[in-house]
Design a protein around this ligand. Sequence first.
Ligand SMILES: *Cc1c(COP(=O)(O)O)cnc(C)c1O
Length: 387
Amino acid sequence: MTRIYLDHAATTPADPRVVEAMAPYWNEAFGNPSSAHSFGMDALDAVEQARRQVAGLLFCKPEEVVFTGSGTESDNSALWAAGRALAAKGNHIITTRIEHHAVLHCARFMAENGWDVTYVDVDKYGLVDPDDIRKAVTPKTVLVSVMHANNEIGTLQPLESIGLMLKRKGILFHTDAVQTAGHVPIDVNRMNLDLLSLSGHKLYGPKGVGALFIRTGTPFVPFLQGGGHEKGRRSSTHNVPGIVGLGAACSIAQEEMVQESNHTGRLRNLLRDEILKSVPDISVNGHPDKRLQNNLNVSVLGVDGEALLLNMDLEGVAVSSGSACSSGSGESSHVLKALGLPAEKMQGSLRMTTGRSNTEQEMRRAADIFTRVVKRLRDLSASGGSA
Ligand SMILES: *Cc1c(COP(=O)(O)O)cnc(C)c1O
């Protein structure tokens, strides 16, 4: 059985061009970029090229890019490190109810350590109102973190207007752009961002490598203390193959962004239309058009999302229920809760995210399987059985 992968928001396969670019850096050009000899210089050149490639994608200066170990590390560093650097100025940060756990749990940790945290609500589409952020600002506010696009429902936030308002007030602005970097145009200046997180494995690069944009002049206390790598901003010997892969992934994404989002958007729409046509009592979650091109999140009434996921997996289609991150926890998604969805819609939620290598034929097959599985599960529960 050839399987169909519809979970690109959880992770993407590394592009073969990325794998190829990384190959020499395991045991040929294996030097430590901090070493003064030629082995070290070769590795350093590769790291600096990758830095320019990441900077190119974000429209920032290469020296404003710091390589990290993941999107999670970038998010934690941004909040905790920028927050600590400004602790003398104030102890209030603002974020939203629908952030990734990498931000939410970091904010919770800060709240347990003397910080005041305000969680701004979203509307039924998952949109943040910039005015709600403005109203939450106090004289003690030092940092605001609003994700660019949500990983579950794909809703895109109005970063430009939030950024402009915060810039005027002199408050630091961080965004978790892990779902959008390489998929949606980003310009850290136009958006007035001071900090931005991205992750390799969400844009067809390797896992275990990320980047944090830190605008020049942004107060920052490093998270990791050590040898002072990355100009003291992130100690650790560089993950050279990973960094090279991240750079290559960024440069491919920048080159192919338009055609790729057309492709994944067309496939997402096809999948959505086929499903809505053949399955009754189903609704789409998230914003109708301010959303990631490749994201489809639906609620299927009378069906358990987890059962739907497992049954689709048996038929070779990989999807995500509620949230990949909280799958298995038995808790319903904090994002769907924040939308105010009724319990039944949260229960029956399913996320499908298209990607670079998906095909039209796969969408038709996935929609057929989806339709069949939903019908079977509904028949089962109507006859009193359990899935
Ligand atoms: C995946 C993801 C992260 C975490 O990135 P990792 O590199 O997996 O640690 C953070 N935020 C969002 C929105 C994500 O989708």
